[in-house]
Design a protein around this ligand. Sequence first.
Ligand SMILES: CCCCCCCC/C=C\CCCC(=O)SCCNC(=O)CCNC(=O)[C@H](O)C(C)(C)COP(=O)(O)OP(=O)(O)OC[C@H]1O[C@@H](n2cnc3c(N)ncnc32)[C@H](O)[C@@H]1OP(=O)(O)O
Ligand SMILES: Cc1cc2nc3c(=O)[nH]c(=O)nc-3n(C[C@H](O)[C@H](O)[C@H](O)COP(=O)(O)OP(=O)(O)OC[C@H]3O[C@@H](n4cnc5c(N)ncnc54)[C@H](O)[C@@H]3O)c2cc1C
Length: 662
Amino acid sequence: MLNKSIMDGDNPDLTEERMKGAFDTDKMAAVIYGSEKFAIRRREITESISRIPQLADSKPFSFMTREEKISESCRKLSVLSEHWNQLIDTNNEEEALHLYREVLGLEGHAFSLHETMFIPSLVAQANDEQQEKWLGRAKRREIIGCYAQTEMGHGTNLRALETTATYYPSTQEFILHTPTETALKWWPGALGKSSNYAVVVADLVIRDTHYGAHPFMVQLRDEKTHNPLPGITVGDIGPKMAFNGADNGFLGFNQYKLPRDHMLMRHSRVEENGTYTKPPHAKIGYSSMVKVRSRMAMDQGLFMVSALVIAVRYSAVRRQGFLDDKSREVKVLDYQTQQHRLFPSIARAYAFIFCGFETIQLYDQLLIDVKNGDTSGMSDLHALTSGLKSVVTHQTGEGIEQARMACGGHGYSMASYISEIYGVAIGGCTYEGENMVMLLQLARYLVKSVELVKTGKSKELGPMMNYLAEPDTQIDLTSGPEAYVKVFQHAARRQVWKATDKFHQLMESGQSRDIAWNNSAVELTRASRLHTRLYIMETFIRRVSSISDVSIKKVLIDLVNVHVNYEVLDIGTYALEHVSSTQLDSIRSQLYSSLDTLRPNAVSLIDSFQISDMQLRSVLGRRDGHVYTNLFEWAKASPLNQTHVLPSVNQYLKPMMDKAKL
Ligand SMILES: CCCCCCCC/C=C\CCCC(=O)SCCNC(=O)CCNC(=O)[C@H](O)C(C)(C)COP(=O)(O)OP(=O)(O)OC[C@H]1O[C@@H](n2cnc3c(N)ncnc32)[C@H](O)[C@@H]1OP(=O)(O)O
Ligand SMILES: Cc1cc2nc3c(=O)[nH]c(=O)nc-3n(C[C@H](O)[C@H](O)[C@H](O)COP(=O)(O)OP(=O)(O)OC[C@H]3O[C@@H](n4cnc5c(N)ncnc54)[C@H](O)[C@@H]3O)c2cc1C
């Protein structure tokens, strides 16, 4: 029995699962979270939070109105402000994110964008003097900031942003202005009611020349009264599909004056006389988005895990139907269909998190390089994270929805909380650049790579691109996971070349570059997806190969086997060009047997993420597995059940029924 945290009073069905686990979940947590030190810190932070009763939810989130959710998160933030230094190392971003997830959950709050985009924008875009002025204040939370870029009329296409920041040398000021209704900033998280500052992205204009999107530090509200400053129109955009604890907002400027030194000037400058110095890389101002995209594999992996913790635990306590033994219904987790629904997503979640570690490190390195004047890695990381954010958000959405269905009717209830997780996670398909558009950004890079190969410049290929220059070879599927990587390489290579050839042929036939691109776009997005999935698979295998602990490695190899078999079958139409249908049949058999192999470790694999009940907010996913009693308690707590007869019954239904009786 390796799982140390088995509790006496837990549901025996879950205890049985935990007894079956063949590895230590604390050790696995250390692998998942990158180090034993951080895995321990996570547990310590969770433990410390549990000792502060004011940080507990005052009632289930699902029964709160939007206003109550916003008020509840502000209440907790004020409690947290008394405890930051005891709870976390405030310079450690991962500790801060864990704290936020635990206490505030995933529905958003006043600081949603402060940590994720406002501070990173100041770090990457403000010069030293500006950082001196604002960064400390932001880190101490003396001010609350957000990132205001998207407009009602334009989000994805940044070059068409309409908000202007016009510089006047005579006053040494910018005038920020919203020229039309569609130019209203629309969507920024925590803008509507919480933030008093924003990094605003506007089109820089000097003497009638438009220099495009640039970031500006803008005070929106009076620091004493919190009222909007004159010239600023700001408010909440209303309820959303999910994420309703956040006040996503609108923002308009009416000839709003801003001192010259409020343009963030680390990379581009406007001198007092209006002379403009361009940045060392045209897209350096987009770095805050690359930062968030580089985190998305990790964050989406964790969203998917939350849904899987709920679905896998519930599937181990839910008994329905019979297999061999007709005296007792089976755990639904024993059904092959249930395993097929859930286990490939467990594998993907692990894979996303391992990828996430890599891309976060790549971004941190890029930040250092750029500060030292080296922007050469920007295109590679932009391409990689554009594809990755698109694939992981889409697959996470699919995985969470499968997890919901795997919980049957109770999955549809807010008691499961899966629908909220789904709603928040799939926001990622849209934010940080709509998925199709970002796949097409990666496709630009892929097409350029093929062009390098075609022109004999393979040596100039970026990281991860060498396979595009390699010839197809025979694949021996018995040679382990690397053979599946080869299948993916073949499929991705063929699709990237096919899409590029189509694009080139259309141009040769007389179509303009843009029209030829548009007419090749579906094929190009397919190429980007295959390339990204190849990267995810390679990272997963690489990470697992590097593990030394035998029991951990063994179960992760089982997980890799589920992954590679499932992924190759999932791209069956492409794979068929490289493997025979007989080989696909054999992969199918291997997938079923790998599901079987994984089955005893399923609960331990999701327990290893050590997501607390507080964070999970799910009756179905409770760690102790006492689902039914608590489901009943939860329903009794519904506001509708606080009275036997609702006022609407007396007001409408009774008179209607009484009238019908006459
Ligand atoms: C507890 C944690 C839980 C997490 C919860 C999260 C909470 C937060 C929730 C939500 C946050 C959401 C925040 C936002 O959404 S902020 C707004 C985001 N907006 C976007 O992402 C807009 C997307 N659009 C763009 O990025 C650009 O418009 C574009 C699509 C990239 C196109 O840009 P542009 O038109 O300027 O450029 P081109 O297409 O013409 O390309 C020209 C060349 O530039 C290269 N390029 C583009 N971008 C970059 C970059 N960032 N870095 C490096 N290079 C770049 C591009 O590849 C082209 O190169 P080429 O060589 O092909 O010419
Ligand atoms: C939950 C959430 C939080 C957000 N938070 C913030 C925030 O904090 N700050 C902020 O500034 N913004 C924020 N946003 C806005 C977000 O960044 C934008 O919605 C996003 O960039 C997509 O832009 P869009 O809405 O203009 O979509 P559009 O670009 O209008 O997309 C609509 C459709 O057009 C297609 N399309 C568009 N362009 C092309 C193209 N070139 N080729 C092919 N197809 C195309 C898309 O694929 C899509 O199908 C948030 C959004 C959400 C949902």
